[in-house]
Ligand binder design. Sequence first.
Ligand code: SF4
Ligand code: SF4
Ligand code: SF4
Length: 263
Amino acid sequence: MSEENSRRDFMKQLSALGILGAVVAVGVGGTTYLTAGNQLLLRPPAAVDEDDFMALCVKCGQCLQVCPYDSIILADISEGDGVGTPFIDPFRRGCYLCPLLPCVLACPSGALDHHVEDVKKIEMGIAVTPRMDACIARENKLVSKEMINRIYRNTRTLTSRELQNYKLEDFPDKSDKRELEEKVLQKLDSFEGKACTLCADMCPLPNATDAIRMIADVESGGKKPEILEACVGCGVCVEVCPTSVLSIKPRATFSEYHKKGRR
Ligand code: SF4
Ligand code: SF4
Ligand code: SF4
């Protein structure tokens, strides 16, 4: 297993452990649903404050059912207050910020706030770059087919046959969902052999250049991503980064996090 692969697997394991920690934190201490690293889970777009979310979410899974990108999963530990609540693991699949926010419209309880209609107003969290040293753009390294395949493997909507072959033409049907998936995968394919700008160019915000951009990295002589104020924390940049440079601070804002000098 390559170093990059094992890092991503490690991050996934950490994420899974975080869910376990979340249940423990709720069971022991109070209402806040925390991960093992004392971080909140990344909730679907327009989620109300965490305590209200925990009180309002009826764990019906409607948001998950309508999400065309399969971005939402449910906490699945067999006990604890948070089991069955929806969240997004950006290392697996970010939120692609559908213009009509179907997950929000489907929520029957108000846990996802129907007043939020503009994806630019979403405040899921903020992208951060804790592993900037791993950014291949700093080294002017090109995106390889193996890296693209690794991102493919990360997606849950592929069938086992697709997982074996990574070929778009093998998709079994042409439903709206599959078309969306194809668009994502085709866009990913277009990066092969090029300098890596995946995080910046895959950002699904309509005003993506206000959320993330590539800037010169004086230290390495290459480039690196810079997170900007418009970032809503959807997690797509985390999903597509081949070397797990980025992660999301759920519910944090740019001013809370980045203006403190922590990039
Ligand atoms: S906005 Fe779209 S991609 Fe994001 S969680 Fe909702 S339905 Fe899924
Ligand atoms: S930079 Fe873009 S892709 Fe990354 S979390 Fe922010 S809004 Fe999403
Ligand atoms: S996706 Fe962005 S952060 Fe990750 S290696 Fe490429 S340029 Fe660097």
